[in-house]
Design a protein around this ligand. Structure first.
Ligand code: SF4
Ligand code: SF4
Length: 723
């Protein structure tokens, strides 16, 4: 053939290469199948999860997020390396398969590659192997020398996985070298024998190795050829079987994880899939208490995490030193699964997941309560690993066992008795409308069966009960009044939307609040709902059923500005520089990023900058709803970090569109000692302050070129560098 014996024909220790490699193939495949079967056991024992709907949509997401590596470029360096490795693997898949078969059948050629396509494919894969090899070297150097902070493992979360990561990177590098050496030895032998040469891609790894081997004696080349093949086979199967024991398992599971990922991220997981609200009282145990209470998809998440640290790098709780790092919610659960469902030996399940380390639990209560459900982790994860549902399920488990944090007990009781966490009496819920000056300009009616309205302004607890936030309510009402909206409020009939109640795991209380509000809304006869509270917006839109369509006030204002029904006076203070803070439940959870910015850009003379973390990378202010009452362990307030980000961007006014953000940011300005240097204002308040009242509608569009061009001026500054 090419001057050296084929791998199949080499005989040593009384077995031929063909027999040896056949045995390696069979053992490798059987071992892998057995390991994967064992890894499937926890999925089989886990709870139901309905993820088999919309196959075409799911397939589209696989093409986008898995094959298209959509989220990887969010981290430029690591993302580029990953995309190159992934593309290399995809290209090399057929070559690897061919090499495997060649060991037992030397003349095997992959169908479709026997003609001209063969050399082209070989050239591409020569370069692919080279790129993958180089990426492995770069990745090892990054891990050992540059050590990006997000790979670090704080002692409280366990041991670093650096050694494991480097071992796996080295194995892949060895595989690339073995593959290239195999091709190089063959080409070098062909060259020495004057046979038609398999051309190797210039400057590729196989080409370089062929140059090195050019003058090597033929018998040595034969040994290199066989040795390279043996090394390739052993490394390939070792890697295949080793991967399900660590972070590289995502190579096998990520495609399935992306396919089965949640399609409607904003809709919280039900307490039990397949159990209706009416039958919930028959459910013996709520939430996740033991590992087996997770759904099979959540176990698949644990297997699919690549330990890249992007989730924790973006988690505000982690950033301020709360005892929560989403990456370790996953890593600890995966380690638990590996330990309690071993590949060899019997399963040992049933340990409570939340509790003390001494009792074998993997999560602490503080860890689980520290999450603001901001969604930054899910937004960032390239493999679409889910967190909020799991954390809410773990909270449901805690609540079911009566483990309610001390600081939450009072507001929860008040929610049960009064329908709001502040304990305000129902009859006082509309007192914010009775401020004298306000009443002179705007009369807010209470809608019920007798007094109808087209639009319901759903106020929600904080705006109705908190003295400072009532100003947002009045501003919202004045804007609705200005645009001629026939609106009203529910007043005493409105209870808390239950948004945070649900996310804190109190499902039954949430259902009671929701059912009450749904009845009141239906009885009011309104055709649409407007709210200035993104948490209420999210609840009404995603947690409630059978209610009229809901809009956030920023959407209403943007539409009215565009239609010319709102015109603004120029800002008076030209020294003011505004930064818009995206509330998590308006931005990330509902993709409303542009409307508030368009409104700001429509105000003549308003100077606006973007913070380093904005839009879908916005940094949570500290959380809303019951999170305001929770006293977390933390080094710094999230709001303080956010205020510092605004200052770094050059802003001295933070605009937000959520009353909870307002509480946190105004507090943070005081805590950070920035009073006088920084102020905060709600979008509704700013709009109300800047509205030019009494201006003819017809002139407005002409006089507002600023607004018309604002969409083109989106994303004024980049979202910063993430490496
Ligand atoms: S939802 Fe937000 S706070 Fe919770 S784990 Fe994810 S990033 Fe952290
Ligand atoms: S959950 Fe996603 S983002 Fe977080 S470490 Fe795992 S793969 Fe990375």
């Amino acid at each position: 053939m090419h001057g050296i014996q084929s791998t199949a024909d080499v005989t040593s220790w009384l077995v031929t290469g063909r027999e040896l490699f056949l045995i390696i193939h069979i053992l490798g495949v059987l071992a892998f199948a057995y390991i994967v079967a064992q890894r499937l056991v926890p999925l089989v024992r886990a709870q139901r999860d309905l993820r088999f709907d919309h196959p075409l949509v799911r397939l589209g997401r696989v093409l986008k997020f898995w094959l298209g590596q959509w989220k990887h470029p969010r981290y430029k360096t690591a993302g580029t390396i990953h995309i190159l490795i992934f593309a290399g693997f995809i290209l090399l898949a057929m070559r690897a398969f061919t090499v495997l078969i060649v060991g037992v059948s030397e003349n095997f050629v992959m169908p479709g590659l026997s003609g001209r396509a063969g050399p082209i494919y070989n050239t591409i894969t020569d370069y692919a192997a080279t790129v993958v090899f180089l990426c492995m070297v770069i990745a090892v150097i990054r891990r050992l020398v540059f050590r990006p902070a997000r790979y670090a493992v704080p002692a409280r979360f366990g041991k670093a996985h650096t050694a494991d990561a480097i071992f796996l990177l080295a194995l892949i590098a060895i595989l690339m070298v073995a593959d290239s050496l195999f091709a190089a030895a063959k080409a070098a032998a062909q060259s020495q024998q004057g046979q038609p040469l398999e051309v190797l891609a210039v400057f590729s790894l196989p080409w370089i190795l062929q140059s090195v081997l050019a003058s090597t004696a033929l018998p040595t080349l034969g040994r290199v050829y066989f040795g390279a093949y043996l090394l390739h086979e052993v490394t390939f199967y070792f890697l295949l079987c080793y991967r399900p024991f660590g972070i590289q398992f995502h190579v096998e599971t990520s495609l399935f994880n992306v396919y089965f990922a949640k399609l409607d991220r904003e809709i919280l997981k039900p307490v039990r899939w397949g159990v209706s609200d009416e039958r919930l009282d028959q459910v013996k145990s709520f939430g996740v208490k033991t590992f087996e209470d997770f759904t099979w998809k959540h176990v698949l998440d644990f297997y699919s995490c690549a330990d890249c640290g992007r989730c924790s790098d973006n988690c505000p709780a982690n950033a301020v030193g709360r005892p929560l790092s989403p990456r370790f919610i996953t890593i600890k659960a995966r380690d638990y699964a590996f330990q309690h469902y071993p590949v060899l030996g019997s399963a040992n399940n049933g340990t409570p997941l939340v509790g003390s380390k001494e009792s074998g639990s993997i999560y602490s209560e503080d860890e689980i309560w520290s999450c603001t459900t901001c969604g930054a982790c899910e937004e960032e994860c390239p493999l679409l690993v889910e967190y909020i549902d799991k954390i809410v399920d773990l909270r449901r488990g805690l609540i079911d066992d009566g483990n309610v944090p001390q600081s939450l007990q009072k507001p929860l009781k008040a929610l049960e008795s009064r329908g709001n966490p502040y304990g305000k009496m129902e009859k006082k819920k509309a007192d914010w409308t009775k401020a004298k000056e306000f009443q002179q300009t705007c009369n807010v009616k209470i809608v019920d069966g007798k007094n109808g309205a087209d639009t319901l302004y759903f106020v929600d607890s904080i705006t109705a009960c908190d003295d400072r936030m009532q100003a947002i309510g009045r501003a919202t009402a004045k804007i609705l009044n200005h645009v001629g909206e026939n609106f009203g409020i529910l007043g005493a009939s409105e209870k808390d939307s239950g948004h945070e109640v649900r996310r804190f795991g109190e499902e039954m209380l949430f259902m009671a609040l929701r059912d009450h509000n749904v009845d009141a809304i239906k009885a009011s006869g309104v055709k649409r709902i407007v709210t200035a509270d993104p948490h209420a917006y999210n609840a009404l839109k995603h947690d409630y059923k059978d209610v009229p369509p809901v809009e956030h006030i920023s959407q209403v204002i943007a539409k009215e500005v565009k239609a010319g029904n709102i015109k603004f006076n120029p800002v008076e203070n030209t020294d003011s520089i505004y930064a818009y803070h995206d509330p998590c439940y308006l931005g990330r959870h509902n993709q409303i990023y542009d409307d508030p910015r368009d409104v700001l850009d429509a105000i003549p003379g308003l100077k606006r900058v973007e913070m380093i973390r904005s839009r879908d990378r916005s940094f949570c202010c500290g959380g809303g709803g019951l999170m305001l009452f929770y006293e977390p362990k933390e080094d710094q307030r999230m709001g303080v970090k956010r205020v510092q980000m605004a200052a770094e961007a050059g802003a001295n006014v933070i605009v937000t569109a959520c009353p909870f953000c307002m509480v946190n940011i105004e507090d943070a300005i005081k805590v950070a000692g920035m009073e006088g240097k920084m102020t905060a204002i709600d979008l509704a308040e700013l709009v109300d302050q800047q509205i030019a009242r009494g201006v003819e509608v017809s002139k407005r569009l002409v006089e507002q070129p600023n607004f018309l061009s604002s969409r083109a001026r989106r994303g004024i500054c980049g979202a910063g560098e993430f490496q």
